[in-house]
Design a protein around this ligand. Structure first.
Ligand code: AMP
Length: 213
């Protein structure tokens, strides 16, 4: 089962992607997490990606596409995967479709987690992330057990540079211009499903389970 998560930054698609991955026992692949791991490890790719990420811009397709295609060739992807944050542009979606077609495969579901911009700005300013393991929390909606500390690995939680309000506004503009056209793209290929992302995360997940059942 190959699933793509769509939605604005901060819509909660990462949280839902992790739950889908757990439930269906498939890997959760987040290009954002891969870039952040590269930044943390000081790789050349990380250095290049950081320039764009800190500005709220997309990392160029040349850097992103190869990275993703290599990842989905791993053995753990044999039974499918859930992609979180990829594709983010029409050319990325086209490359993915072309590569899958060569293997006689296709995207099975594109799930759009729909949240209006006003809610997004409020949500992102409360988001806290663990830069070590990638877990994300929220000061209001998804509190860690101990303030400022990651439940999973015990590291300190921070407000990511790309979650700061000025950057969030920029990311929303980029989302509307470059990523939202994917809604039409996957509607045309008849795999798009939309869920209301403004409700409780447990209810968002129930709606997604209904779709994937
Ligand atoms: P995310 O954690 O998915 O919100 O991604 C954080 C940042 O990583 C984005 O704002 C982009 O700068 C970059 N990024 C992640 N995935 C992609 C992608 N598929 N294409 C281009 N840039 C990406």
């Amino acid at each position: 089962m190959k699933i793509i998560m769509l939605g604005a930054p901060g819509a909660g698609k990462g949280t839902q992607a992790k739950r889908i991955a757990e439930k269906f026992n498939i890997p959760h692949i987040s290009t954002g997490d891969i870039f952040r791991a590269n930044i943390k490890n000081g790789t050349e790719l990380g250095k290049e990606a950081k320039k764009y990420m800190d500005e709220g811009q997309l990392v160029p397709d040349e850097l992103t596409v190869r990275l993703l295609l290599d990842r989905v060739k791993n053995d753990d992807c044999k039974n499918g995967y859930v992609l979180d944050g990829f594709p983010r542009t029409i050319p990325q979606a086209e490359v993915l479709d072309r590569e899958l077609e060569k293997l006689g495969e296709k995207v099975d579901y594109a799930v759009d987690v729909d949240v209006p911009d006003e809610n997004i700005i409020n949500r992102m300013s409360g988001r806290r992330a663990c830069l070590k393991c990638g877990a994300t929390y929220h000061l209001q909606y998804l509190k860690p057990k101990k303030d400022g500390i990651c439940d999973s690995c015990g590291s300190e939680l921070v407000l990511r540079d790309d979650d700061k309000p000025e950057t969030v506004k920029k990311r929303l503009t980029v989302y509307h211009e470059q990523t939202q056209p994917l809604i039409d793209y996957y509607t045309k290929s008849r795999v798009l499903h939309t869920v209301d992302g403004t409700v409780d995360p447990d209810d968002v997940f129930k709606a997604i389970e209904e779709i994937l059942r």
